[in-house]
Every structure is written in C-alpha cells, then in structure tokens.
Ligand binder design. Structure first.
Ligand code: PEP
Ligand code: MN
Length: 332
C-alpha cells in the first residue's frame, strides 16, 4: 500500500506512521510517501487525516503500478525522451561486446549515419561459460567514452556484478542490468541511489511479478528512471535461444507505467529471426528496441549467431519506420 502524506505532517508523525505500517519513506515528485510492507492493505481510520491518498495495488508491484501512477513515465536519455505518451520508439543498437576500438567506433559511426542515437555494447560481460570472452572491462568503458565523444551517441552498457557498479554508472547514459544480474541486490541498490536511467532486463526464469519487483528495488530508493526490457524467457522450446514474451509486454503496457523495451536479439539468438521480431515489437508500440549489430557477426567474440550485420540492419530499418507509422508512432 502507498500512502501519500499530507504536506504539513511533522517528521515525527511521519516516523510514527512508517513504524506502524512497516513502511519505507520515499520521495515521489517532491512529495513524501510511505510504501508499506506486503502485510498492509488497509489504513487505520484514525490515520486518515494525515494521508492525502492511499493506494492498494494488490501486490508488491507498487510504485511501478498504474494504479499508483496512471500516466506512462517519461524519462530522458541525454535530451531524448523515452516513454510517456509520445508515441515514439527509441532505437538502441550496437554489438554485444566492445571488442576493440576499431570494432566499436566503426559500428557506432555506421549506426549514427542511420540515425541511431543510442549505442549499446558491453564492457563487463555476463557470460554463461568462464572459458569465453568476458569483456574488456575498464578499457571497454574508455572505448565507449570515445564513441560518445566522436559520434555524440548516448551509451547503454551493462553492469555484471557489484564490483564495478560505480564505474559503469559513471560511464553509462543508461545502466543496463543484465538478465542474470536482475536478482543482484547490490546492483539494484546502487542503481537506486544513482541519477541515471536504469534498464533492467528480465531474468529468463523470472515471472512478470518478479521482473517488476526488481524494478521496485530501484524505485523505492528514489531513482524513478527505470526501463523494463523483455529479452526472452526460458520455456520448453529448444529451437530458439529463448521465447520472447510479447504477451508479457502487453500485460506490462496495461499495468505498469515504466517505459518498455524489447530486445529481440537475445530472445531469438539467431540473426535471421531478429528482423521479424523487431517489427513485431515495434508494432506493439513499445518505447524502445535494443538490437545487436556487429561489423562481422561471424567473428564476434560473444553472441555471434544473433548479431545483425550492417547490411542486415540497413535493410531492416525502412520496414521499422513503416510499421511504426502504421500504428501512429515514429522511430527515434
Ligand atoms: C547483452 O545485452 O549482451 C546481454 C548479455 O543480455 P542479457 O543480460 O539479456 O542476456
Ligand atoms: Mn549479447
């Protein structure tokens, strides 16, 4: 339950209410609010004079729920808005990993020429095997800084674990919390203290409830700049890497006010399916898409099978514009 407190309430009265409802104090649009623990779904009538509005969303999806905030949240990536009711889909693209200066810069320059303003690439990679490329680490972050300086693009890059969370937050315009990191509370807490947009990828074994609850850990610490990214969940299906949950995206659009991004690359795991899935996501009116693009996918050091080549990407782009237009959206 969320309690929106009267503006003239004293600090000690707020303290008493917080203790009574085992609630966290959160600032939301300049107002003091209390978010109670799961056990509370009703307020004591005696407390009504202290409270402007109270909302029971029915579960621990609280601050992200449209019952609490009906309007879609809009946030800024640099000076580019994402989310809200702007009817825009933000294109974010780039290689899975920063592999070298040349690889990152050539990809960024190609994408920038195509109008893409947000460059994706991991420096700290979260890999399933320890015997594969683990990313360039800080050297990769320096290369991403050079991409930003030379192309003017914004950077989304992932944090793998809490050991380098400060470095990634400093280097990124959007901090990506990878699917496997979705349950890392050290990362979520640090992101909650940061003043940067945070894109949380859905763990492949997480229900929608668990996914949005990960976002709640960031929101309740006061960072409202959270994006949710569907990137495929694990099902019984073996022919594709994961199963993209577009039904889940429809559910999120209805019940959650945070911007929604779809990553078709990791869901499919195979480049031939990425164009169709990207078009399907754009057709749903999502706020952003995150696509892997590499100068020479066959030689990529991570996720080689799923990355689009430059020409694949160039071929896809006109159809994305057309699909967006068909539903009254624009790409940016
Ligand atoms: C990635 O974006 O390259 C990545 C590792 O994604 P995920 O965390 O969704 O597997
Ligand atoms: Mn990848």
């Amino acid at each position: 339950m969320i309690l929106e407190l009267k503006a003239d309430l004293s600090a000690s009265d707020i303290e008493k209410l917080a203790a009574k409802y085992r609630a966290d104090r959160v600032k939301w649009n300049g107002k003091a609010i209390l978010v109670t623990d799961s056990g509370h779904s009703r307020i004591d009538p005696a407390d009504q004079p202290s409270i402007d509005r109270w909302v029971d969303t029915g579960s621990d999806i609280q601050l992200a729920h449209r019952d609490w905030q009906a309007a879609a949240s809009q946030l800024l990536i640099g000076d580019t808005p994402i989310g809200g009711d702007s009817h825009h889909t933000l294109l974010m693209a780039g290689p899975c990993s920063v592999e070298s200066r040349e690889q990152a810069l050539s990809t960024a320059q190609h994408l920038a020429r195509q109008g893409v303003t947000v460059f994706r690439a991991g420096a700290y990679k979260s890999r399933t095997s320890p015997y594969t490329f683990q990313g360039l680490g800080d050297e990769g972050l320096d290369i991403l800084e050079e991409v930003r300086q030379t192309t003017g693009m914004r950077i989304i890059t992932e944090v793998r674990d809490a050991t380098h969370v400060a470095e990634v937050i400093a280097a990124a315009d959007i901090v990506q919390v990878g699917a496997k990191a979705m349950y890392d509370h050290g990362i979520l807490a640090a992101c909650g203290e940061a003043d940067k947009p945070v894109l949380i990828k859905r763990h492949f074994g997480a229900t929608l409830q668990e996914f949005v609850q990960a976002a709640e850990f960031v929101l309740k610490r006061g960072n409202k700049q959270v994006l949710l990214c569907e990137r495929g969940i694990r099902t019984f299906e073996k022919h594709t890497r994961f199963t993209i949950d577009l039904t889940g995206v429809a559910w999120l659009k209805k019940h959650v006010h945070l911007p929604i991004v779809v990553d078709p690359s990791h869901a499919m795991g195979l480049s031939y399916g990425v164009p169709d899935l990207t078009r399907a996501a754009v057709a749903m009116g999502v706020d952003g898409v995150l696509i892997e693009v590499h100068p020479n996918p066959a030689d990529a050091l991570s996720d080689a099978a799923q990355q689009l080549s430059f020409s694949d990407f160039d071929e896809l782009l006109p159809s994305l514009h057309a699909v967006a237009k068909a539903i009254g959206y624009q790409l940016r």
